[in-house]
Design a protein around this ligand. Structure first.
Ligand SMILES: [Mn+2]
Length: 455
């Protein structure tokens, strides 16, 4: 991979060097287009950084894959990368599961991967000591990785009958905090004096998100405080949010962010890999290694009248790979095939329009009948309340069943919102005409895309 020459700090003797990355989302597409070329280049870059920096440990803090059943090409890329790290470096790898990963899918090759110096942690165990990975070995560790994956409801609480949503939420937050504390205590007990680096895949209060993360912790129950992480952790390597940032103002609690922009909302971000050196129990270096951008994602905003002129004079930056453009038209004309208009105006350009959106596109309520009253109308916006009313009318359920049904419903809403977003992308790809105003369905603006590939 070509790119700027890297500025990597010298590694002091006796230092342990850790690289922190997350949210690769192997197998992800954008507007139906594969990101394989970017993933390939990213992994080549990462391998060269591991080699040049003489890293001892690579942490991948979740969302290795974009889905629980990743395409075979994505799996092939992952395993090829891990085997190259094993063959060409002496770096150890720790992988945890994120919310997009299937813990079982990720852990299936766990034993084989262990022979390649790769540790995979998909789930948490009852015994906190099981999360501890002493590296390079248990007999003479120089660092302990407290490998905590994305935590699910069953990992952090048992659930009591008759709990309100607020009580469930409080219990989940307390459960996550207690988990991390138990693991910090276990590390101190088992490996006194050895620096501990923790991992996590969650949302920290106050952190900046983009629209490509699933807004979900357990059942969408929100963010945790950075204070759950013991000061005994030298560093906390987080995944889930795609913007590289520190969490809660603590330099030692960080998101590495995704390695390249996964959506147009991440287009302006600088992407990085984090380098941490630990020496004599102290953090000696905690620095970003900037990842060269391969493909620019650029949005072009225009009103309909200026569209053709704007497209003809549009001159976006170009990386090694063709620039992808999303065109957003503020006032689309009903019935017009805007995508054809955009295609015609941008042919022979060195960039590619991958999506055309009408800005007036509104989310359409999925229930088509008109609400009878204002009360019903407001309930339609709050499906959780509708569910509670329905649940109250159901007889013969224990309190425990009620609270687990409530939680399951919250999970479903989160998943449904994600699916809805995906469906909107697909609809945007297929729709070419808008409904006429005054029709039964809410008007949807003209949207189209240039590929027939299924998402
Ligand atoms: Mn995630």
């Amino acid at each position: 991979m070509s790119g700027p020459s890297l500025s990597i700090p010298a590694k002091a003797s006796g230092a342990v060097r850790i690289l922190h990355s997350a949210d690769w989302h192997l197998g992800k597409t954008l507007a139906g287009l594969t990101r394989e070329e970017e993933h390939l280049r990213w992994l080549d870059f990462l391998l060269s950084v591991i080699q040049q920096s003489q890293a001892d440990v690579l942490i991948i803090a979740g969302d290795v894959f974009d889905s629980a059943n990743p395409p075979q090409s994505a799996q092939e890329r992952y395993y090829t990368f891990l085997s190259r790290v094993y063959q060409q470096t002496s770096c150890e790898v720790v992988v945890i599961a994120g919310n997009h990963d299937s813990p079982a899918q990720l852990e299936a090759p766990k034993r084989v991967l262990q022979t390649l110096r790769v540790r995979v942690v998909g789930t948490v165990s009852e015994n906190p000591e099981d999360q501890l990975i002493p590296l390079p070995s248990a007999s003479s560790p120089s660092v302990v990785v407290a490998a905590v994956p994305f935590l699910r409801d069953r990992d952090v609480r048992t659930g009591q009958p008759g709990q309100s949503a607020a009580e469930i939420r409080a219990e989940i937050l307390e459960g996550i905090r207690a988990r991390y504390q138990q693991i910090a205590d276990a590390a101190h007990r088992c490996y006194p004096g050895i620096p501990v680096v923790a991992t996590g895949h969650l949302t920290i209060d106050g952190a900046r998100a983009t629209d490509s993360e699933r807004e979900i912790h357990i059942g969408g129950l929100g963010a945790v405080s950075h204070e759950i992480f013991s000061e005994a952790f030298s560093y906390v390597a987080l995944g889930h949010l795609h913007v590289a940032q520190q969490a809660g103002g603590r330099e030692s609690v960080r998101y590495s962010g995704s390695p390249f922009p996964l959506s147009f909302s991440e287009a302006g971000d600088i992407k990085e890999l984090r380098l941490i050196d630990l020496r004599n129990g102290q953090v000696q270096h905690n620095e970003a290694i900037e990842i060269p951008l391969q493909r620019y994602l650029i949005q072009l905003h225009s009103c309909r009248a200026d569209l053709t002129q704007k497209l003809s004079s549009f001159n976006p930056p170009t990386g090694d790979l063709e620039t992808w453009v999303e065109v957003v038209v503020a006032d689309p004309v009903a019935g017009e095939n805007l995508f054809e208009v955009v295609q015609e105006a941008s042919k022979d350009k060195p960039w590619k329009v991958v999506r055309v959106l009408g800005q007036k596109a509104q989310r359409t309520p999925s229930i088509s009948s008109k609400p009878e009253s204002a009360v019903e109308s407001s309930l339609l916006e709050h499906p959780a309340e509708v569910f509670q009313i329905r649940l109250q009318s159901e007889e013969g359920l224990s309190d425990e069943e009620r609270s687990s049904l409530t939680l399951a419903f919250q999970e479903l809403i989160s998943l449904h919102r994600e699916k809805q977003r995906e469906a909107e992308e697909t609809a945007a790809a297929n729709a070419t005409t808008a409904k006429t105003p005054g029709g039964k369905k809410a008007a949807r603006s003209t949207v189209a895309e240039n590929t027939g590939a299924a998402q």
